[in-house]
Design a protein around this ligand. Sequence first.
Ligand SMILES: Cc1cc2nc3c(=O)[nH]c(=O)nc-3n(C[C@H](O)[C@H](O)[C@H](O)COP(=O)(O)O)c2cc1C
Length: 411
Amino acid sequence: LPSGARAAWSTLFSHVQSGKISAVNVSDLRIRARKRLPKQIFDFIDGGAGDETTLRANRTAFDRVLLRPSQLVDVSRRNLATSVGIDRLSVPVMLGPTGLQRLVHRHGELEAARAAGDAGTVYVISTASGFSMEEIAAVASGPLWFQLYLWRDRDVVKGLVDRAARAGCTALVVTVDTPIVSIRDRDHRNGMTVPPRVTAKTIAEGVRKPRWVREFLMGPPITFGNFKESDIPGLDSSVGIMTYVNKEMTNPAATWSELDWLRDLWPGKLLVKGILSAADAELSLEHGADGVIVSNHGGRQLDGAPATLDVLPAVVAAVGTRGDVLLDGGVRRGSDILKAMALGAKAVLIGRPYWWGLALDGRQGVTDVMGILRRELDLALGLVGRTDVADLDMSAIDASVTGSGIPTFRP
Ligand SMILES: Cc1cc2nc3c(=O)[nH]c(=O)nc-3n(C[C@H](O)[C@H](O)[C@H](O)COP(=O)(O)O)c2cc1C
């Protein structure tokens, strides 16, 4: 072989060996993460509720919507930056709230929050994070939001909200699609528990997944960072913190009055996450929210719920200029971000994609995910003949082909 070709081969070989060959797109990272993680962990991240109808629908909705380019527009300068409330985003993609990232990386949320800051975007801390909000705030360089579940115990909620304010969180995200925790069939089949139980099967798998085992063994115990047994008066220690948190985090009796109470508690920006209709968007605003996140929990709660992109236009029409509308669920491409923004979303959030990056390479892996999405969004923006994400509107959506146009309005 000529020396140039030999050098290229040896670089390629060393990259493959070190697992660092650059991914072409975000879905490539999913395939790699699947190889890296034990099946029960991968499925816990990847799976959805029931038959996963909603999980799939989130994706097909993006595929059904096509774009309408405007040609011969000067797109030599393009802007991806936007603002949500007081927070400036250098790219309109936030890292959504997802619990227990310690499952895939020893530093879990700490790495992801650092990467969000590197990317110039918001990191949303989950109530169920593996590290505490204070630990995350200590390492984060970008804006932080805090996601709250509607707990049964208002004292616990008040404690969390006060801490979020002290930790410098600029928005409160109240998740309302979890009155009951849904059944995810994959988790049931795999016997998924938190922390993962060590059984003969997990040991056998661990032998084939040494990198994950190393992360698992090297980090602190897997638990909920925002709660210590000593913080919870009357906690029955035979029940344990996991059972307590899982049970208490959901409140099947919660109604909109809970939001009124939270509104009085939290003076900053308050967003309601899990909205799938114009009617609920309206109620969110009536009860004091500054905006909504159109979300079906990534298809992990009500199987049969609509795809988020399909209901986005109706929610945007209902909210109008009274608040911000964000969206999550199935965002895997820069063009998905562009479609959501053209249909009225101010920005989007991602869940699973950044877990894949985190599982593969911690902070750098999440940075890679953000880099891919940023590149793809920039490309899509230029090719659709627009120069600023903040100016995107319906005119960038193609409505000429039946079945591929604007999603149906369901007020
Ligand atoms: C592993 C995992 C854990 C999650 N944990 C939470 C959580 O603690 N709070 C919450 O509001 N949503 C949670 N979600 C839902 C995400 O915030 C988000 O709605 C969803 O992942 C978006 O869909 P995507 O994964 O297709 O991007 C979780 C999602 C995943 C995949």
